[in-house]
Design a protein. Sequence first.
Length: 264
Amino acid sequence: MDIKMVNGRWMKVELLGLAAAVLVACATGVEPVREGAGGAGGDVSASTTGDVVGSSTSNTTGDFTTSTSSSAASSSAASSSAASSSAASSSAASSSAASSSASSSSASSSTGGVVMGLALQYRAADTNATDNQMKPHFRIVNGGGASVPLSSLTLRYYFTAEGNPSQIFECDYATVGCGNLMGKFATTTGVMADHYMEIGFTAAAGSVMAGGNSGEIQARLHNQDYSNVNEANDYSFDPTKPAFVDWTKVTLFQGGALVWGTEP
Ligand code: CA
């Protein structure tokens, strides 16, 4: 008698928990679905390109530099964290993967389905918050079971521009080739953010193999006039991350659907 009652209560609690989990999944899945649908074909970039800051856009693709001075120093730190971070990212990615799978039925028509297990890692290569450059480095980790074409992915780094209208994107080094990156800026709204820098990839950038990563993407941002910035109020900046680590305050999109991170 008592056992049945206990079981009955326990089952009710479990059902309630399941219902809550479904609600959470639905709630977190709303954002990618809305964005994918809002782009009329899933192309979120189409709706954001109108916000691109004018003068910086034309400069971005032609401004790639091939300075590799910082890459040698950072490669050892990167390799040491590669093994452990990919393992850590798989569990961290599961929460976003769960929500994206809930929305994939509607998004798959235009994106071909969201790949689960992608993670975006970040490193603050310049921890001085008030000098005239920002050096966020990235690495895309594929913890899933299928290779992912980089051309299907874009990543975003969010910051406040202190009213300065023009930023320049530079690539100091990228394993996939700086010439295969497409950097641009756009305005946005949110906590500690009024702009974001977006990096996309050409088809020649290739794919991130299952269980592999993109290698380093060493971005460098500065105001067109090289005036000082203030990164202390930037959403994506974290000077406590000098080595690559999963970082959810930068975002990764696949086919226009959010697959990693939290927007500001
Ligand atoms: Ca700022």
